[in-house]
Design a protein around this ligand. Structure first.
Ligand code: SF4
Length: 265
């Protein structure tokens, strides 16, 4: 049974079962729900179809695709926007058929553009016995508040302006991380780095972590060349930057996007 209003919907681009390709949970089997829409415009974005600024005004994707068999690209399509109940039916069906899943990954785009939808969704996912894993730009901290009781994991980006070619959000990242830590969400931070990374940006990212929760893991994720963002960092740069960050905070790892290596979604 549900007390969700039937009109509660959100634009979703795809739903599929796969492995987590980033961060400390790399390789874990997860069920992915990719939301349409993002308030940022990272130069390296590998989901440009979800970025609001790069679509016509008022655009929403007309259809959401669901992969029927993991890894086979045998999609069926459903009309958008997707009601919460329809999404829950898919989550339950895919988990029964292809689980157990480590968690349901809410990714995008930026899922936090739909806080009311998530507020209805997350308790129901928990009711299924599944954990929730939020992949986010890590700056929409007020939208995060209503979800915190049901959030198990948060993969929060720290956006480096020399890499995103977009404005910084240091204050937003600070507040976002503080809320996760105060509410005992298992959180880590991820900074995508390119050959053009300004080391001062890395120092600022480390300062966010050091000032809020110094034990938080920082992942340096080398940019996967995509579109016009092609300047991946050299090995010596990655090792130099890891050492630089370790001078500020104790838990810094270099992990590339592994799902791209296996040509997975
Ligand atoms: S925050 Fe994520 S989805 Fe949004 S533009 Fe940046 S990389 Fe793309």
């Amino acid at each position: 049974m549900t007390d969700n209003p039937p009109s509660l919907t959100a634009p979703i681009t795809e739903i599929f079962s796969s492995v987590q390709g980033e961060g400390p949970c790399v390789g874990a089997r997860q069920l992915f729900v990719r939301f349409y829409g993002c308030h940022r415009r990272c130069a390296f974005c590998d989901s440009p179809e979800t970025v609001t600024a790069w679509q016509p005004p008022g655009y929403q994707p007309p259809r959401c695709r669901v992969e029927q068999t993991p890894g086979r690209r045998d999609f069926i399509e459903m009309p958008n926007p997707l009601p919460v109940e329809t999404l829950l039916d898919w989550i339950r069906a895919l988990d029964r058929q292809f689980g157990p899943h480590h968690a349901v990954s809410l990714t995008g785009g930026e899922p936090l553009l739909y806080p009311d939808y998530l507020r209805a969704l997350l308790p129901r996912i928990e009711h299924f016995g599944l954990k929730t894993y939020l992949e986010t730009a890590g700056d929409l901290y007020t939208q995060l508040d209503a979800l915190l009781p049901w959030l198990d994991f948060a993969a929060m980006d720290i956006k480096l302006p020399s890499v995103t070619l977009n404005e910084a959000a240091w204050g937003g990242h600070r507040k976002f991380l503080a809320r996760c830590v105060e509410n005992e969400v298992d959180v880590f931070a991820k900074a995508v780095v390119s050959a053009d990374t300004d080391p001062a940006d890395l120092d600022a990212a480390c300062a966010v972590i050091r000032d809020v929760a110094p034990q938080t893991m920082l992942i340096l994720q080398p940019m996967t060349p995509f579109g016009e963002a092609r300047r991946a960092p050299a090995p010596h740069q990655l090792l130099d930057w890891q050492a630089r960050c370790l001078a500020h905070i104790p838990n810094v790892r270099v992990i590339p996007q592994t799902h791209k290596m296996m040509n997975q979604l």
